[in-house]
Design a protein around this ligand. Sequence first.
Ligand code: C2E
Ligand code: MG
Ligand code: MG
Length: 413
Amino acid sequence: MHMERMLIFEHDSQAARSAARIAEDVALKVRVAQSIEGFRSALIDEHPDCVLIDLTMPGTDGLDIIRLMAKRECNANVILTSGADPRLLEAAARIATARGLRVIGHLTKPFPSRGLSQMLRQKGGAVPTTFGPVTQHTLELSFSILRQAIENCEFTLAYQPQVRCRDGQLAGFEALARWQHPDGLIAPSRFIPAVERAGLMPEFTARMTEQALSWFRKAILSPPTAYADVVVQSPPTLSINISALNLTRPDFPDVMAKLCEKHSVDSSQVVLELTETAALDDPVLSLELLTRLRAQGFQLSIDDFGAGYSSMQQLVRLPFSEIKIDKAFVASALQSDTSRSVVKSIVELGHSLGLRSTAEGVEDEATLQFLDFVGCDLAQGYFIARPMAGEQLSDWLSSVSEWPFRAMGVHHR
Ligand code: C2E
Ligand code: MG
Ligand code: MG
């Protein structure tokens, strides 16, 4: 009788033994590899049906193993494990999926044996299994549902204004994706990771960019007289969120430049915001693509800075023009000395590197004044305005004299 083969790549003998026992319990024939050479030859010789990989093996960052399997067009069911940061594990799983591997789940070590045996029992099923609080609720957002939603233009954008801390003058807008699903509104924190896992980020970003540019051209660059003076004073920017996965496709800068050309928007007015720089897989390719985007005139922003997934090394290595302070620090600035120090240090760090600083999550006047005091350039948050649909934003722009932060008078330096 043909027995399905499982290859376990794990350097810790005890962990390998316990994973092997679980696999044998569900009638798999197990082979354990403890070095990258052993793993490579087992992969080639044995064509395993299922592969379990510990991403924190000595001498590799785990991503080269993913690349190796993708290169060999490995079609096994893949389970990723790691004792490191769960977000890194999730990022690695997204990269593996984007590279065409069939990831059926990922587990943070030490994982419960029930988690692994459940995955192995379900392997081969159409629905990938994942465990952990972040991913569990995204299971039903399958590739075909997401692709259809993209094609049917179900994703729309809300725009949130940004102002200068110094004098409250309008500085720009951030475009934020919204999904009005028939069952209710689905939050970006839920569908963005699903779009990434489905490998649909290139299509998604192109559609969102197209929508944002078309709105920007009409509402801001060719404004109605009701608020023309507000947007003509100083040309505002348009911020678009991109994913680390966009930087795995060599044609990304050209796609973005062509879209700007099509909508007659100068790329220097477009800011591309990148989060989770830790998920940048190929350091040379991502550096090259970001550099090309800068050369084409785009501004680049490192989003959620300070949140832990955007490192100092990435900040220095990559050609960013803006640093966006994570809202967790901004929102707690008034209550916490530590948060105030963090915000102040990030603004200073940004300025010393020649970057503009933007604070998000500004929810009250005192925080806006604190930001101005420490020299932060731009502010964004509910105190200024909530993210709004395009038409609503036009009304907001028309009511300039009623902008609350204006009425309350931001102090001038
Ligand atoms: P982000 O880019 O850091 O966007 C800022 C988030 O903070 C938005 O959440 C916004 O609605 C929220 N926010 C704004 N002002 C305040 C405030 O005063 N207080 C609080 N508590 N929150 C505020 P949202 O819209 O839920 O988006 C979440 C994340 O999803 C974004 O974080 C971004 O990383 C991602 N995202 C959204 N749209 C896109 C997109 O089109 N493409 C990609 N790749 N990611 C997107
Ligand atoms: Mg953003
Ligand atoms: Mg952010």
